[in-house]
Design a protein around this ligand. Sequence first.
Ligand SMILES: [Cu+2]
Length: 624
Amino acid sequence: MSMENGIAFNRRQFLRFGLTVASGMLMPASLKAFSREGGSVAVHPLQTFVQPPMLEAKNGLLDVTLTASYLNTKLSGANAKHQYPVSLRAYAYDAHGPSYSGPTLVVKGGDQLRIKLVNNLPVNPPVLAFRDPTNYMKPNTTNLHVHGLHVYPGIYEDKSPLEYGDYVVDPNSGGIRPGGDSRQYVYKIPKDHPEGPFYYHPQYHGSSAIQAASLMSGAIMVRGPVDNLLEMDQAKELIFLFQAPYFATSEIKNNYSVSNGSLEKFAQIADHPTGHGVNHFKHVAVDAQPVLINGVRQPTIVMESGEVQRWRFINTQVFNYLSLSLDDHTFHQYTSDGWGSSTYQDYPDGRQKNGKGILLAPGNRSSVLIKAGATGTYLLRSLPVKIAQGRQTATLPGDILAKIVVVEAKEAMELPSTPLPVSNFLKPVTDKEFASAGGRKRSIIFNMVGNEVLDPSHNDPSFIDEAIAESASIASSVKESVKQKIAMAKAGISKVTGNPIEGSQYFPPFVFPTYDYELQPPNGIIQNVILGAIEEWTVFNCNSIAHVFHIHVNPMFITKLNGIPVDPYWCDTVALPAGGTQAMPTSVTFRMRFQDFIGPYILHSQMLKDSDLGLVQRVTVLPI
Ligand SMILES: [Cu+2]
């Protein structure tokens, strides 16, 4: 491809250019037009799309220090022209200050990724005598999860100080404490690890939503054979972290030592799934779903007519779905999450009849190639998404996410021809392989009770006050109703499957918040699996809302939706169909190879506030 100054750049040169700009050595004047402070890549005067700096492993090693702290800055909300002062939790890396995301970490199979995470967030708030039960317990304690990576989830106990794999089962008394505590993470990427986009974010039980919904996430790119194809290598790579930081104007009072005017508060996430920043007590909408891309509201991307670019989409939001569509253009998708396919799945303009966008639930990723059409201006949209139906109905509104300006062509480019190379790790789990491994099936239930956030009655601000005032009687009645509802769910699922629930250890799963509470613990239900097993799991959704199922360490080979076979595909995060009830839950069925790694890890809802409240189970993989 060529730059406007006529110098030809290949992708690696382009990346170097990006790095140079990111480290502040070159700051084009056009950066001033951005709707966030600071910035990185700007390759055309019109381009306001910026992306995080990219750090690439050298000689098999990428070693980086991430520091969590507050970032004080200004961000645009729904209106790209208006900015609000905000303080959000964010990552800094090495000697650089905190920014709108962590750096993009680039590795390949066989590499070692070392991340030292330092927690410089302020101390946790004291346990208040009078606590809003929707607030988190330890909002500033943290840890780290590498979402989707097939890596060891345990602790390397032979190291002193200890080194951690993708370890997220910290007890409530553990984690990386604020005020300078740190932890060394080590991720050994298997040689045949598929190439694709992954990402990192906090996963400390009880605070993962409020931290990830701040700005604490960053991309991980695993590279491999598909990236070495000539046409792929020549295509400019843009990384999109879709973010919806929850913030409000100064109407909301100070809390948790966050400076005035900048509070993110759990109540906002819980009560307002469309992302409206709302004063919980006054019910004043101050903004509508401000989805940003790498910290920028509605950036402009410049392409040349006939140019091919590859875009990596990562939905880092903790509640909202995206349905991505580009006017008059086709997305040629070649990874779902980080898992590649040998052919393209095409998504033409989703506004057209029968068209659909690329649906990204929270935590979903996608890689697409896109070939720019005629000169002109096109919009990258998120189409409306129905996220709840049945007893409760909710549709996320559509949004304009970015503007694509296509300018005169210099040279045409082509898509890589198929079949694309795919790692052997992703060979289909056939009926034969599944049967010969014993054909073991098990059921997982996603069923939230006592927190039906979309129930209109809960929009009454007096609900919380009443709940606190009557906490004792509510606690016992909720416990009773939870017991009943779980029994109903089990009966309903047995009706659907003809089988009782089996395969899991079962503990009373609900601890009603008290003033010094833990929410439902993350180890209330444990799925025990034997290393090397191949199993088929069906995840049942008993709620109106489209919960998002994510499991760590091993990817899922999706085979059925609501019991009906689909074209099977690999993913690690999947939208459960909306409209479930306890009597007739919706479902997703997948097969999984529990290979390579023992360990305790988790499955949970990537709607992270639900996970923090207890929509989480432990998975323990044991050697025979
Ligand atoms: Cu994850």
